[in-house]
Design a protein around this ligand. Structure first.
Ligand code: ZN
Length: 310
């Protein structure tokens, strides 16, 4: 959602270097991890339904069966190649921030805690939105982020995710920003989908405003972030066929904001992308399509490659 600041960073996400273990060892670990996570995700979903009486924002979301443990399934051993591919992004680091966390609904006390974003204090994280049928924004952002990572790694990039089914909630927005900073990322993208009323359609990229206060000082990233955002917007429109949002940004698909901790605290070029409106049936039909999500990931990746001069 655009009202939340979903890009925080946790140490838990810190991506380690290339895994030197034999592939079969990694695979075994993966299988065990997936097996362990699936029941947790399902339990979480059930609990969410009980607590909210519907979807994450109190709507009558009847999560389709397919919406439960989805986030863990796309993980493949290819995500940690022992030998990074060579390509236009070789030597570059990209941090991907999957907005929200599917577990946030069960940890409202933790995510409601206020954190310092330099210019203000704000909730640690938010739950995000859902489609009317209960597909969670956090599921969407994680799926697109995994697809994006695969595409970027094939181009030679070192990719760091701010979280990866490795924590029950969060990270907080300040932590999400810190992960990009500490990774010395050449580009950071926070993936989201909006939750506004039906009829509002399309995507938009959020750029950091020039802010200064406390730990926030975006003067150095405003311009490169705009270049990154323009590249992503153009390529996203091309690969997905989606139009820039019809409800803000004056048709440019670009919006500048000064209230997002994930942007205010970043020292690296960074943007958010709201890929569509989960509350609009036509947009939701796209957002829930794996084929469309692959196009979305490709568009974001193409924008990053263009920005980094690939
Ligand atoms: Zn969001």
């Amino acid at each position: 959602m655009r009202n939340d600041d979903s890009p925080p960073p946790p140490e838990a996400a810190a991506a380690a270097g290339p895994d030197q273990r034999p592939w079969f060892t990694r695979r075994s670990t993966l299988v065990i991890a997936v097996a362990a996570l699936a029941p947790t995700a399902l339990a979480g979903w059930v609990l969410t339904q009980v607590l909210t009486g519907g979807g994450p924002e109190g709507r009558d979301a009847k999560p389709a069966a397919a919406t439960s443990p989805v986030p863990v399934t796309p993980v493949t051993p290819a995500s940690s190649p022992a030998t990074p591919a060579k390509g236009p992004l070789t030597g570059r680091t990209v941090v991907i921030d999957p907005g929200h966390n599917t577990g946030n609904f069960k940890h409202t006390a933790e995510i409601d805690r206020q954190v310092d974003i330099g210019t203000a204090r704000k909730e640690c994280d938010t739950t995000g939105t859902t489609t009317n049928s209960g597909y969670m924004e956090a599921e969407f952002t994680f799926d697109v982020s995994l697809r994006l990572r695969t595409v970027l790694q094939a181009q030679g990039a070192k990719v760091v995710l701010t979280h990866e089914a490795d924590r029950p909630w969060g990270p907080c927005i300040d932590e999400r920003a810190r992960i990009g900073n500490e990774a010395k990322a050449d580009a950071v993208v926070s993936v989201h989908a909006d939750g506004v009323s039906a009829g509002n359609r399309g995507f938009h990229v959020i750029l950091p405003a020039k802010v200064k206060g406390g730990a926030a000082d975006t003067a150095a990233i405003v311009e490169p972030s705009r270049q990154l955002g323009e590249r992503i917007a153009g390529n996203f429109a091309r690969t997905t066929g989606s139009a820039p949002a019809n409800y803000l940004g004056a048709g440019t698909g670009l919006v500048v904001r000064d209230d997002l901790g994930g942007l205010n605290l970043s020292t690296r070029p960074k943007v958010f992308i709201e890929c569509g409106n989960m509350r609009d049936a036509k947009d939701a039909a796209q957002l829930t399509s794996p084929e469309w999500r692959q196009k979305a990931a490709q568009g974001i990746a193409d924008g990053i490659v263009g920005f980094l001069g690939g």
